[in-house]
Unconditional design. Structure first.
Length: 220
């Protein structure tokens, strides 16, 4: 039996194969406005939201970069792809969620994406029943790599950080979990975090199936 009292999931790139989708759609919209998105720049934005994300994009593209217009159009495109069933749940995630449910460990989502979209996407995928709470990026004062959203998840569920376990895919997400004092398992997506960051994670997996195997062998 696991000792963990709360499992906290990131969403994009962790539950859904959506980072690549958003990167592609954002790139198309940006081209229409005369900007070129690179993978390196997109990776810099993983885990960011709101003003922090806007500042990062304007650092790269200038103060006149129309952040709100481009971001809104990209989000509309991605949502349409979700609605059309073109964004998949990542390999092993349903099995990981089922395993945690069997262990009676509540699962919540803490993502930089807005709450309304998180709820929509997990409903479309039919996995909303696995999650007892959803915390979107607009609910946290600061974006990852600051720990705010994970601390909020713990507070809302009346546990201390040491009793939680975070599942993340990005460097900023792993940093945020570590800063919150929460154990973290990383399943890298678009980019593998640097070794010094990964060495601080509890476990680094290729997919969620490996996480189930790891949890079966441990007692965290």
């Amino acid at each position: 039996m696991l000792h963990t009292k709360l499992a906290i999931f990131d969403m994009d790139g962790l539950i859904f194969d959506s980072e690549r989708v958003f990167m592609n759609e954002l790139g198309k919209v940006m081209l229409n406005y005369g900007y070129k998105l690179t993978k390196d720049i997109y990776i810099q934005t993983l885990g960011l939201t709101g003003k922090n994300l806007e500042a990062k994009m304007k650092d790269n593209y200038g103060l006149d970069y129309p952040f709100a217009e481009i971001s809104s159009e990209a989000r509309r495109r991605v949502t349409s792809l979700f609605e059309n069933g073109e964004v998949s749940v990542k390999y092993g995630i349903p099995e990981l969620l089922a395993f945690l449910k069997k262990c009676a460990i509540p699962c919540v989502i803490a993502s930089s994406t807005k709450t309304m979209y998180i709820k929509k996407y997990i409903s479309i995928a039919g996995i909303e029943g696995f999650f007892s709470d959803v915390i979107g990026g607009e609910m946290a004062e600061r974006s990852k790599p600051y720990p705010d959203i994970f601390v909020l998840a713990c507070n809302r569920n009346d546990i201390v950080p040491e009793e939680a376990l975070v599942f993340e895919d990005s460097e900023n997400g792993v940093k945020a979990a570590l800063s919150a004092g929460i154990k973290v398992i990383c399943i890298p997506d678009l980019a593998v975090p640097p070794k010094d960051i990964m060495d601080k994670a509890l476990f680094c997996a290729k997919n969620a199936f490996e996480v189930v195997e790891y949890l079966n062998k441990t007692n965290i």
